[in-house]
Design a protein around this ligand. Sequence first.
Ligand code: NAD
Length: 290
Amino acid sequence: MKIGFIGLGNMGAPMAANLGRAGHEVTGFDTADVTVEGVKKAASAAEAARGAEVVITMLPNGQILRAVADEIIPAMEKGAVFLDCSTVDVDSARAVAEQAARAGILAMDAPVSGGVGGASAGTLTFMAGGPEEAFEKVKPLFDVMGQKAVHCGGAGAGQAAKICNNMILGVTMIATCEAFALADKLGLDRQKMFDVVSTSSGYSWTMNAYCPAPGVGPKSPADNDYRPGFAAELMLKDLRLSQQAAESADADTPMGKLAEALYARFVEEEDGAGRDFSAMLPRFEKRHRG
Ligand code: NAD
């Protein structure tokens, strides 16, 4: 397929490289002058989009996505697919989808989970929102870049699924870390705590698959001095998106709101920036009640 790829950062570069390696004709653009093996360089986003059957964007936020959409939609051919894989706010995803539809372009939001490791290995999970026709057209690309793609519904449904998932993730990571810190203070051995909780009703992905306690459970960023993994600031970004969506949809999300506030403090006022989001555990360890 002839593919335009805009946003060749930590995630976009390996995704574009995998598409090139699979035999697709990929033309890429990034405002930072990046070179990706197997990807032809374009001088602008519009140039990368021109004549492409699918244009993929992997950008930092909704504002940048809207600006890039203004540039590429007029350059795209009718019937082509605009596939945004960035994590952005639901309102931006829906606005861009409407703009694309008015121009006869099939839009799909398809944020990912799996991180930089998944992007390199081609094992991402895609959560897709948009018309069935678009999903069918880009399915072979999902198969190259990922291991699973779920068609969640219409425009914005992919972003909605992603932020709801990550709101659960942020809240459960905090709960798991504060429970470990309490267990420490009660004199409970961490391994015993893991053995019980991971097979009891308190189990979760954060405990069982990504345990925040070093040396306990499967290997995780805790075993690598809390180097990310999934950085605390990315968790903060997703929690903020969840609260923006909750505000816009008038949904009551008290735990999500608390998690946002706690990660904001951790990243912006404490030592959380640049650390994995599971570094909440050493944070709680140092603290006292009140
Ligand atoms: P990044 O900052 O490494 O990459 C973004 C790229 O976009 C940069 O190279 C930047 O130069 C480029 N860019 C910015 N403005 C542009 C413009 N107007 N035109 C063209 N290029 C432009 O970020 P990333 O880690 O690759 O993340 C990309 C998206 O994926 C984000 O929305 C992020 O939330 C999401 N995401 C990231 C991860 C992760 O672990 N890194 C995991 C899941 C989802």
